[in-house]
Design a protein around this ligand. Sequence first.
Ligand SMILES: [Zn+2]
Length: 224
Amino acid sequence: MNEHAPYIDIHTHGPAMQGVRSVRHVSLSEIDSFNTTDGQLLSVGLHPWNLRGNEDLKLVREHLTFALGYPYVAALGETGLDKAIDMPLGHQEVVFRIHAELSESSGKPLVIHCVRAFQEILGIRKQMKASRPWIFHGFSGSAQLARQCLDAGCLLSFGSAILKESNRALHSLLHIGMDDFFLETDDVRVRIEEIYERAARVKQTEPEVLRARMFERFTNLFGV
Ligand SMILES: [Zn+2]
């Protein structure tokens, strides 16, 4: 077991932290001016919340392709489908598909923001015959949905939701395998160590064991 393995924070909007290897979301509009990564890896994407509805899709594809050339850009996203916002789902979907296609062609994982649109996203994955890992971040669905996502070849990431007492995210975490998930802080002011402690307790293991295993999987997944 690698006792010196850093914590992995698979999805954050914050800066690099000591002892933590993180993947920070940077929006496509900010990526070119983003130059202080402090060893952080970045994911680049168009969040559905930031869509205006009139995006030039050709330009989005070109810009994302260009951004993937930065050595510290390790993933695409977050991007996805959100049924709780006003933006037409059709437009969200074409933008999402651009990310998904680039994930396939570049081999880089895709970080997904999904609100009430799991069946749509899993349908797209099946239709595209996508083989790259898609990571549903901030997962708080049922254990049954978790299983469905995993069976489709996707991964799940749990965040601060598991710190609350009894809830669906916690229940799902309990019912999946040790190697089926990642952990994240997202945009919440919480320490990743705290989330590891909670997850380790749920999985009846030590945080160090979780840390070593997650680091190994992260290294394989991101090739870093
Ligand atoms: Zn986020």
